[in-house]
Ligand binder design. Structure first.
Ligand code: ADE
Length: 239
């Protein structure tokens, strides 16, 4: 997958060199290209913003640098068309489903807005997706892009060491994950549940499913309503 990120703060995206996303880049699974929006300004001050029409506080990002940037990036591979993503608190709420959908795309372009946002005509012209990572307001789209790209990158083929671990994730089946344990067997007087040490894989699977169901009911009852439940699942929840 190729991912272009347009921002006035390219340094914000540097963590993408680290850890799992960094390794995906080293292996060639993911090709992240960060661009400074100011490269597409034409005045000496490299201006990217202006006052909002209609008044009000703050500044709005001018359309011309965005359009020039997106035209040039799109033209760099005329055989394909990128999916253009604009992170914004006004966007569609980001979810694991959404990450899975984006992970199937060969090419994403992220437009990181700052100030009060990007001139709406840029969004209308270019955006395929407006995405919110939660009901709070960040200073810009950069951190949201990091969040989205990390969630997407770990779903790309070969990025996780064990491809089964993405299928076991919280949310992949609509539920939160069961709690996990490692050695030592007893720590601060607390023992690892016996079933996990039993070697009985079917019993472990049943225990994990029950834990996932109870945890989700307790912490996120909204998720249980939409999860696909078997009769055995219902029996666990009613117990
Ligand atoms: N930009 C500012 N706040 C945001 C949010 N909550 N989600 C996505 N992009 C944002």
């Amino acid at each position: 997958m190729r991912a272009d990120v347009v921002t006035i703060f390219p340094a914000y995206l540097e963590p993408l060199r680290l850890s799992l996303v960094g390794r995906a880049q080293e292996r060639g699974t993911l090709d992240v290209r960060t661009h400074d929006l100011r490269a597409w300004t034409s005045d000496v001050h490299r201006t990217v913003d202006d006052a909002p029409y209609g008044g009000g506080p703050g500044m709005v990002m001018r359309p011309e640098p965005w359009d020039a940037a997106l035209l040039e990036i799109a033209a760099s591979d005329p055989a394909r068309r990128p999916r253009v993503v604009v992170p914004t608190p006004a966007g569609r709420p980001f979810s694991q489903r959404h990450a899975e959908e984006l992970a199937r795309e060969p090419w994403l372009v992220f437009c990181c807005g700052r100030y009060e946002g990007i001139d709406s005509r840029v969004i209308d012209t270019w955006a395929d997706d407006e995405i919110s990572i939660g009901d709070y307001v960040l200073a810009g789209g950069e951190v949201a892009t990091l969040v989205i790209l990390e969630a997407v990158a770990r779903l790309l083929p070969g990025v996780l060491g064990n491809s089964a671990s993405a299928a076991d994730d919280s949310f992949s089946d609509g539920l939160l994950e069961a709690p996990v344990y490692t050695r030592p067997q007893v720590w601060r007087g607390a023992e690892v549940p016996a079933v996990l040490r039993s070697g009985d894989h079917a019993a472990v699977a049943r225990w994990r499913r029950a834990q996932a169901l109870r945890r989700t009911l307790l912490r996120r009852p909204d998720l249980v309503e939409h999860a696909e439940l078997s009769d055995a699942d219902r029996a666990v929840l009613e117990a």
